[in-house]
Design a protein around this ligand. Sequence first.
Ligand code: GDP
Ligand code: MG
Length: 163
Amino acid sequence: MSNIIAIVGRPNVGKSTLFNRLTESRKAIVDDFSGVTRDRHYGSAEWTNRQFTVIDTGGYVANSEDVFEAAIREQVVIAIEEATVLLFMVDVVTGITDLDDEIAQLLRRSSKPVFIVVNKVDNTQLQNDASVFYGFGLGEIYPISSMTGSGTGDLLDDVIKHF
Ligand code: GDP
Ligand code: MG
């Protein structure tokens, strides 16, 4: 488990879709437990002969907005500690939300490499809309479509440079 990619972001941006694409049919190497761990899924993946572990964070169970935000915060904090590289996933269709800004704030304090992954860029028109996410001040953005897989190769090429 030396090289770990953690996918963080608010619900519905497409984290699990990317996780499933990267890990394909490979079995999760860690079973889910209670609490925070229940909300994390581990899978193994490979790109150009480099093996790594992918963590999908999410599936939050919360009964109020405050608890919900706290749960996301907790997942991000753990991911920052646990991961080699962080993928901060956002959604080009929705744009930047308050929750995105909060997560960006946490990630800015991390010394780990952070990749801004702009998901749902399913066509070239949406490519232009993705530039709004430079506003986070977290560097380069990676437009992808988890659904079609477009852009994921370029993303992984750069991610594995940190392994
Ligand atoms: P999560 O909550 O961040 O794990 O998001 P999910 O992976 O569950 O996806 C949320 C919704 O976004 C689902 O309806 C997905 O089918 C949809 N979705 C995920 N990736 C893409 C994409 O690249 N393009 C489009 N158009 N929809 C996507
Ligand atoms: Mg999910």
